[in-house]
Design a protein around this ligand. Structure first.
Ligand code: DQA
Length: 148
């Protein structure tokens, strides 16, 4: 069965009460529940992981090699700063899809640069919870095409 790893970066554990005008009122648990529903229907395995620590995310990606067919990641603030997460994605060479709840190009200048985008298959940004659902659809498509 195809396996997808979902990674949520820093502060996404605060969703639901965090800048709700930008990020909405849904919680991380609600996102994960929605993604798991889709995964069940599509018959793919899904593991979800959240961390506020760059090194933990780097280690999770490093250990994903040979275990996961695709990674769906919202690197949150690390999108704009983390060479280490970018390098981890490059190193494991697992197709990776970057998602953002908000439109990172319609906000502060520093959010317009993603260090992750050049090593991702693609990016979904600005559709709220739907960014994750659209990203997962793409991830499922990629994961199912990979040989098992
Ligand atoms: C975010 C956008 C980032 O700029 C920000 O640091 C986040 C969340 C998003 O999902 O819109 O924490 O990745």
């Amino acid at each position: 069965m195809a396996k997808i790893l979902v990674i949520h970066g820093p502060n996404l554990n605060l969703l639901g009460g965090r800048e709700v005008d930008i990020y909405g009122k849904f919680t991380l648990q609600e996102i994960d529940a929605e993604l798991k529903k889709i995964a069940k229907v599509e018959k793919v395995e899904l593991e979800t992981f959240q961390s506020n620590h760059e090194g933990e995310i780097v280690e999770k990606i490093g250990k994903a090699k040979g275990k996961f067919d695709c990674i769906l990641i919202n690197p949150a603030a690390y999108t704009h700063t983390s060479v280490a997460i970018r390098d981890a994605i490059s190193a494991v060479a697992i197709p990776t899809i970057e998602v953002h709840i908000s439109n990172i190009y319609a906000r502060e200048d520093f959010r317009r640069t993603s260090l992750i985008a050049p090593v991702a298959v693609g990016q979904v940004s600005g559709f709220g919870m739907n960014s994750y659902k659209l990203g997962l659809k793409a991830a499922i498509d990629i994961a199912k095409r990979r040989p098992h």
